[in-house]
Ligand binder design. Structure first.
Ligand code: OSB
Ligand code: MG
Length: 373
């Protein structure tokens, strides 16, 4: 299938509320959206990197650069019939998983529509709903945090993740645990701690947490492997896992007991599925992470999260938790049982609001086939 036209949109969506982690703060969602056209069909993808390099070296600007200079020309020069073909076409590009995943998602959408098949069917998911939770940023005080968490519980979220940082971690977690003794609760350090903090982190063992996500540096499997035996709470890796090979290394080393899968971080849905399959074979639980995606990226995450090994609730909240206005219609809404419904239409199965995207666009570029650089 020859892609006839690709358009990139650098968009900026205001958040309902700022999102603060241990190492950076996000006030609005900037990302690159990918639109591809072929055979009268239109496919959409999203690159999950934001404007800051806090989570990864990838940002909206590096996504744009890698797409513009390498991925778009590679796609326009190929006759792609499947996702394998795409992976071969961009195989010469090292790293930049989020840029690669954005184009891959647009192709999944297009191939799904071409086959009249939903993304869920394409990836082998099952069931009409996936269990979800909410990721709560660092707040002004423990009291304010408890109030914010109470608000999400009132909306129906049955699992909460707290962002933690040194100086606030135990007080914040203790306050939420005291207020909600039975809540499914987990915490995320976003790479801010060091192995020397092991004794301090042991204090978190008393809060009956599902997991501690990415306490140490993103390239530090070795020290995670030293930390895990010192903690009762399972370590879950996020930033450290970029491929199924990293997942294997992490499990062989004993660096974690749970893995957070984010399609953007690992280069797309295809690699996300490989990690799921590998972990399932090892009996290791996985769950769907989130990157504060718009409805486009969220549709991909929801479909993959319906694979059977995703045994813990995902960071895939309703559109209204993130944005006053999403780029899809209807937006994702929370079901009373703390689930999101998996779209069943062809491809992503969501209607993309191009009018909203144009209004939110900071920069746009079209690449017609046959005129690529
Ligand atoms: O570490 O999981 C993370 C958002 C941006 C970057 C990193 C992370 C997150 C989240 C948000 O925790 C999860 C969501 O999309 O709801
Ligand atoms: Mg995380």
């Amino acid at each position: 299938m020859q892609i006839e036209r690709i358009t990139l949109y650098h968009v900026k969506l205001p958040y309902v509320t700022p999102f603060q982690t241990s190492r950076w703060i996000e006030l609005d969602r900037e990302c690159v959206l990918v639109r591809i056209e072929a055979g009268g069909l239109v496919g959409w993808g999203e690159c999950v990197a934001g404007q800051h390099a806090g989570y990864s070296y990838e940002t909206t600007k590096t996504n744009w650069h890698i797409l513009d200079d390498f991925i778009v020309p590679a796609v326009l020069a190929s006759d792609l019939d499947d996702i394998e073909g795409y992976r071969v076409a961009v195989g010469h590009i090292t790293g930049h998983n989020m840029a690669k995943a954005g184009m891959e998602l647009a192709l999944w959408d297009l191939f799904g529509q071409r086959a009249g098949t939903s993304l869920q069917q394409l990836v082998g998911g099952r069931g009409d709903r996936v269990r979800v939770g909410v990721s709560v940023g660092i707040q002004a005080s423990p009291e304010k945090l408890v109030e914010v968490v109470a608000g999400y519980l009132a909306q129906g979220y049955a699992r909460v993740k707290l962002k933690i940082k040194p100086g606030r971690d135990t007080t914040d977690t203790a306050a939420v645990r005291r207020a909600f003794p039975d809540l499914l609760l987990q915490v995320d350090g976003n790479s801010v701690y060091r192995l020397e903090d092991a004794e301090h982190l042991q204090a978190l063992d008393s809060f009956d947490l599902l997991l501690i996500e990415q306490p140490l540096a993103q390239d530090d499997l070795i020290d995670h492997a030293k930390l895990q035996p010192l903690l009762k709470t399972p370590i879950c890796l996020d930033e450290s896992i970029h491929s199924v090979t990293h997942a294997r290394w992490a499990l062989e080393l004993g660096a974690c007991r749970i893995i957070n899968i984010k399609p953007g971080r690992v280069g797309g849905l295809h690699e996300a599925i490989q990690i799921h399959n590998f972990c399932r074979g090892q009996g290791v639980p996985v769950w769907m992470g989130g990157m504060l995606e718009t409805g486009i990226g969220r549709a991909g995450n929801v479909a993959v999260a319906s694979l059977p090994g995703f045994s813990l609730p995902g960071d895939i909240s309703a559109s209204a938790r993130y944005f006053p206005e999403d780029v899809i219609d209807p937006p994702f809404t929370l079901n009373p049982d703390s689930t999101l419904t998996v779209p069943s239409g062809p491809g992503l199965g969501v209607r993309v609001r191009e009018d909203v995207i144009r209004r939110l666009t900071l920069r746009q570029q079209a690449y017609p086939a046959g005129r690529s650089a």
